[in-house]
Design a protein around this ligand. Structure first.
Ligand code: ADP
Length: 447
């Protein structure tokens, strides 16, 4: 097993990884920008190294600085967390070339799934159902028109290098096609430096359902059931639940079986997530995330499996000691993403946290790097706390979530807590009756 792991991230996820390491008796190295010198992950880690100024490109995305920090501290492995370099195949390869273990999948699998055009092709070959659309990239306006004729409207133009919902444009009818096509390309170019796009059918009322995979790359593959991430704004998840209120055991087993076979054939290693849209009883693959996900704790809550510990174990060469038949879905879990944002305008709200108290009690977990007196820097993601609640039933989970949200105190900055409080009291949400467009529809009615 590793003796020392460098955590190439910040915020709550850096803490999450630190905790798994400490429980395994592994020492941790925090890296941080100058803006994060007082951050909780820096305070708790055994050692810390400043890797640059606040701008992510000069610190948390600075591969040379991170590798130097690993060298100086004598770390033997690097965990990339989520975001930043976690899906950067070049970084994973560089880590390995320098003699460190990358806690994640192989660089080849990261590269394959990071190119969504190639990923969809691979998915199809692996027997995974995909959203109908273009065969590969759409190069030029003439081809865009031709594909549109075959796929039909409404359709979605998506960036091959996409992520975070960027570079995605809907064309409702033919009149919108050319503008949507050129806008998607321009946005993709600006965000990812790559203007390759592809097209697919725009589904009207799907749910976003994703399967959590865990694999050792040595023949062992299990899934931890699904998460329902349909509560979204601008293609960004706000609240997630597991299991999905829309799936029954037979449907779960069916998609689980497909996922297991595919990951087995791919020879995948580490944690990963297959994302699907689910409409009228059918699953359509949209992408695979080759990393830990923000919403992983709800899968941990219903299965009792520590995903980060398993990632570390398989990265160190261990095989999975869990078999699919040992995994039982136990009760229900919901995660609320508490962002430092205005709950109605979503304007970022960085600044000084004057008071902080986190909810507790049976079935309540809070993953957060906040403390009273901490200043949320303006340079990074606005996620400041994840409230994760577990109950024996969905109803118990909802009751517990309601009271846990009441207990949360984050003063001095605005957070999305009041939005969550309103959301979870909506009859549609209580009934589990919502698709990926529900939240935006509901917010329009509120305005
Ligand atoms: P990203 O990597 O940018 O997050 P995804 O492919 O994961 O992009 O899609 C993000 C979200 O966009 C999905 O959860 C869903 O809400 C929406 N979306 C993606 N593809 C489609 C589609 N074909 N039809 C309708 N909505 C879609």
């Amino acid at each position: 097993m590793f003796e020392k792991v460098l955590i190439a991230n910040r915020g709550e996820i850096a803490l999450r990884i630190h905790r798994a390491c400490r429980e395994m008796g592994i020492a941790t190295v925090a890296v941080h920008s100058t803006a994060d010198a007082d951050a909780m992950h820096v305070r708790l880690a055994d050692e810390s190294v400043c890797i640059g100024p606040p701008q992510p490109a000069k610190s948390y995305l600075n591969m040379a600085a991170i590798l130097s920090a690993a060298t100086i501290t004598g770390a033997d492995a690097i965990h990339p967390g989520v975001g930043f370099l976690s899906e950067n195949a070049d970084f994973a390869a560089m880590v390995e070339e320098h003699g460190y273990v990358f806690i994640g999948p192989s660089p080849e699998h990261i590269a394959l799934m990071g190119d969504k055009v190639r990923a969809k092709e691979a998915a199809r070959e692996l027997g995974i159902p995909v959203v109908p659309g273009s065969d590969g990239a759409v190069e030029g306006e003439a081809q865009a028109r031709k594909v549109a004729e075959q796929v039909g409207f409404p359709l979605l133009i998506k960036a091959a290098a996409g992520g975070g919902g960027r570079g995605m444009k809907v064309a409702l009818h033919e009149g919108e096609l050319m503008q949507a096509y050129s806008m998607a390309r321009a946005e993709a170019k600006a965000a990812f430096g790559n203007d390759q796009v592809y097209m697919e059918r725009y589904l009207g009322q799907p749910r976003h359902i994703e399967m959590q995979i865990l694999a050792d790359g040595q023949g062992g593959v299990v899934h931890l059931g699904e998460r329902d991430c349909s509560m979204q704004r601008r293609h960004q998840k706000l609240l997630e639940e597991a299991p999905s209120p829309a799936l029954n055991a037979a449907e779960r087993a069916r998609i689980g079986e497909i996922a297991l076979k595919a990951m087995h054939r791919l020879g995948y290693r580490s944690a990963g997530t297959l994302e699907f849209l689910y409409e009228n009883g059918e699953f359509f693959f949209i992408e695979m995330n080759t990393r830990l996900q923000v919403e992983h704790p709800i899968s941990e809550a219903i299965t009792g499996i520590d995903l980060v510990r398993e990632q570390i174990r398989v990265a160190a060469g261990a095989t999975l000691d869990i078999r699919q038949e040992d995994i039982k879905i136990n009760g229900h879990a919901i995660e609320c993403r508490l962002n430092a944002e205005d709950p109605t305008t979503f304007a970022p709200s960085p600044g000084l946290v004057t008071d902080y108290h986190q909810a507790g009690g049976l079935g309540v977990r809070v993953d957060s790097h906040l403390y009273a007196g901490y200043r949320v820097p303006p340079y990074y993601d606005s996620l400041v706390a994840k409230l994760i609640v577990h109950g024996n039933t969905r109803n118990e989970c909802l009751m517990r979530l309601r009271r846990a949200l009441e207990e949360m105190v984050i003063d001095g900055i605005a957070t999305t807590t009041p939005l969550h409080q309103k959301l979870i009291s909506q009859p549609d949400f209580i009934d589990g009756n919502y698709d990926i467009h529900w939240l935006e529809r509901w917010m329009k009615q509120q305005a």
